[in-house]
Design a protein around this ligand. Sequence first.
Ligand code: DCP
Length: 699
Amino acid sequence: MPVARRETCDARVIAHVDMDCFYVQVEQRKQPSLRGLPTAVIQYNSYKGGALIAVSYEARRCGVKRSMRGDEAKEACPQIQLVQVPVARGKADLNSYRNAGSEVVSVLSHKGLCERASIDEVYLDLTHAAESMLMETPPECTQDFEEEVLKSHVLGLEIKDGSDAKEEVRKWLCRSDARYQDKLLACGAIIVSELRMQVLKETEFTCSAGIAHNKMLAKLASAMNKPAQQTVVPHSSVEQLLASLPIKKMKHLGGKLGSSLQSDLGVSTVGGLLQFSEEQLQQWYGINTGTWLWNIARGVNGEEVEGRLLPKSHGSGKTFPGPQALKTIDSVQYWLNQLCEELNERLHSDLDQNKRIAQTLTLHVRAYKIGDSDSHRKFPSKSCPLRYGSRKIQEDALILFQAGLRDFLGFNTFKVHGNENNNWGVTSLSVSASKIVSIPSGTHSIAKYFGGKGKFPSSSTSNQSVDVVINETVPSSSSGSENCTGMVPYDLQLQYLDDTGMKHSDACLDPQDPLNHLSSKADGLTEESILMSPSGSEDRMAHGEPRRVLLAKDLSPVSNISSLKAVGKKKRAAGKKENCSIINIFNNYHNSQSSLKLKVTNAHDVKISSALGSSSADDSYSTCNEDIDTNKGGCSVVIPQGREAWCSYHIDEIDPSIIDELPPEIQQEFRTWLRPQKRPSVAKPGSSITHYFLPDKSR
Ligand code: DCP
């Protein structure tokens, strides 16, 4: 659900920039001969000529719509040029569009805080730039304005018949008697027009923009005059704008909430909500939503522009409509493998280019059950800690799927073995990696990458570190506020989603589960319920803080450890050979280090910590007390840096194959350190992962 936030009293200048028919423009740049022609980009499948996903404005003028398929578009506009979206791994490859979006962002980010909101949308906070302009070169002292700014649409500005619209806009920009806020907006309009021209010059793409005093109004305005135009919302025109804005056009009101406002309150426009008091709206829709509705009726929206040029999450998805629905575990596994490979590539390029790592893997599925027409939104989404490496992501995604399928079908009817299935079908799969954190620049130490994650003074709060530790400590936990991809049509894989409300329930495993070979992993799952966004175009996944996280926060180190001992016993008794993640190893190393430093446990506990940590396949069983806030609790976890960090490991017992899991630069750093010192291996036969990377306490 939307979150009600107060607006600051300070005047702000916010712009929303939206690329015009973006995929078409990218294809037209690749093939300039298509410029000016009615063009559409179609999905790669050939059914009825493929689904249209982007339509040029020339084609729109001929009646072509995005809801059409290629064959229909040809009927409506015989001269239409249909370009197929690039394909990789049997699905749409959006990399060229994603990269084109990044080019635009790099131009737009020069003038103020810039938030990349989707593959082709950006918010800018231009308040400072506008204030400076007003101080140094106010519009009223400007003689010549660029044509582009004079073409602006200013809501509420009356252009009488026969009068020169550009001259009216010039007068509006230069009004000396305008309110301060509107003077700032005039400066914002000039800045945005310059930025849009710059985007055109550097990328060859046109875009449209809205300029207002908050994000909500700026977004509404950017869509009002397309393509290649901009719209300004002066304060005085807000009421009029909302008075005529249909409820369903407002972000978050496209779905059930909007329908309820229409049918239960009889309201058809956003302005229609003005007749209700805040208390009434709160009574009917809850405190937060009620206040949010009361605010939007007045055009109030305190959301900040987040300085973010990079995505909050990575996702890769594919839909399997109608007869293409997947009906066997094998076919699901095949497609999960494709999606995970793509996700892995993107994770690695994010690591290489931006020095960021993701911490949570989430699987979203849409499926149906035969005989249950209501089942298509009920497949629970599942998350687990993300392990780097294509194979590991694939394995984990399949485990998440199987756990979700078991819940979806109900324990009694679930059969995982065999491929025969007559009662379910999967119509959409998507995997996403979220909780992305930056690695501080200039550090190439594994200790900083993994052991110290969540503890970087500049990038994490104490709460974050608690979350991270809980992620590693408590089975099933993932952050309560992660962002991840929802189900999206047309393999739309780049998502920058807002935080949403919470809804969750515990994943509960039956020891008799036929999936018991998965149970240690499944035990580490977070179940998430799908909340479909009210807005048709913005399907979102709501994530909540799982109950276990809340419980875990309350656990004392000692109770934590004893519960872990029990888990450890169970796992050792099972004698399972489990996979090992390098991330776990380093986390466990540091966790055991911090346990020692914090002196919360006895030696036995520390031993358990090592044993559990190093034999665990999932991230869940390390004994760890790092949820004690290092800033507040008076106990610090010292993360060794650089060479010093490596020196505390037993090099003789390091399995070189584990090193392959590391990011390339870390591998290099590690091998450089390892080579001159590596002695002939003295690892005993049968020596297990339990012993790898234990700190050398003799040093
Ligand atoms: N897209 C997609 N599937 C959808 C919607 C959009 O793959 N259901 C892709 C193609 C679009 C791009 O995302 O080019 C941006 O989507 P927009 O909704 O912003 O639409 P356009 O940029 O194509 O057109 P407009 O000029 O109306 O914004």
